[in-house]
Design a protein around this ligand. Structure first.
Ligand code: NAD
Length: 287
């Protein structure tokens, strides 16, 4: 993930610089961050750092936890109308008093670089150009980067969220690169989950349960993509915690043909895909 993301950022850097020289346009990413949850702050800092690295203009607008919903919605409207802003992202999760769906639907679809707006999710469903949510998009780019064959393979996606599992299942089933799989979408109510996973040539674990996927669930030679990131207490670490994926990496990795680690797998690809979406948003606006 780290290697593929670094190469993708290099390509993006060239494209951003070309856009600037030829058309005097600099794509701009604005991130809204509400509250002071440590993981969200880290994600936003990483997004800002990577955006700057490829030459995008990035701005982070911070609000305290108690901010009124209207203030956030008004700001989104303002950004929707700001020509210098190509992409808008509101970092999730949000405080309980703010309606997540309302926030998502207020971002104009042409600036929704997270791909969470129902319009973009509908476009994705039909295989039409829109914005693909960054995590599944990053995984598609990762599979393409390493030329991993997906056609005709059995894929099992664990988790059905609108931002990871469900779009991932759609992408893997669509015709085209990193597609053409026969997909099973598993979730918390799936029966005989282990049997489904054991059948899979490609497993995407996005359930948010640390080390849930064990070696005895994996078909030898499978490709395993671990999306989960959970903070688990570990007093021996300076920070007091460590990040764990949804896969028992040390026992599963000897069995796989490919596997992504946590951290350093799906995470960096998610950010690279977000930057790719921001560049795309800028190019589309100016075409
Ligand atoms: P979510 O909580 O919205 O969805 C989790 C899904 O997993 C649900 O659909 C649920 O049905 C399913 N699930 C839960 N327990 C299960 C079980 N025991 N068996 C089968 N299915 C089960 O989470 P999400 O937003 O989709 O994120 C999933 C994980 O991925 C989290 O750990 C999150 O932190 C991580 N994540 C990582 C990135 C990244 O950049 N790497 C991006 C987004 C999310």
């Amino acid at each position: 993930g780290k290697k593929a993301a670094a190469e993708l950022r290099e390509e993006l850097k060239k494209e951003v610089s070309e856009l600037k020289t030829k058309y005097n346009k600099v794509p701009g990413l604005t991130v809204i961050l509400i509250g002071d949850m440590a993981p969200s702050q880290i994600y936003v800092r990483n997004k800002e750092k990577s955006a700057n690295e490829v030459g995008l203009k990035s701005e982070v607008i911070k609000y305290p936890e108690a901010v009124e919903e209207k203030t956030v919605l008004d700001k989104i409207e303002e950004l929707n109308n700001d020509e210098t802003v190509s992409g808008i992202l509101v970092q999730l999760p949000l405080p309980k008093h703010i309606d997540k769906q309302k926030v998502i639907e207020t971002i104009t679809p042409s600036k929704d670089v997270d791909g969470f707006h129902p319009i973009n999710q509908g476009l994705l469903m039909q295989g039409l150009p829109g914005f693909i949510p960054a995590t599944p998009y990053g995984i598609v780019l990762l599979l393409q980067h390493f030329k991993i064959e997906t056609t005709g393979k059995e894929a099992v996606v664990i988790g059905r969220s609108n931002i990871v599992g469900r779009p991932m299942s759609i992408l893997l089933s669509q015709p085209g690169p990193a597609g053409n799989c026969t997909v099973t979408l598993c979730h918390s109510k799936t029966q005989n989950l282990n049997e489904h996973i054991r059948r899979a040539d490609i497993v995407v674990a996005a359930l948010g349960q640390p080390e849930f996927v064990k070696a005895d669930m994996i078909k030898p030679g499978a490709v395993v993509i671990d999306v989960g990131i959970t903070r688990v207490d570990n007093p021996s670490k300076k920070s007091g915690f460590e990040l764990k994926g949804d896969v028992d990496f040390s026992n599963v990795s000897p069995l796989c043909s490919w596997i992504t680690p946590v951290p350093g797998g799906a995470g960096p690809m998610t950010i690279a895909a977000l930057l790719q979406n921001t560049l795309l948003a800028c190019v589309r606006r100016n075409n």
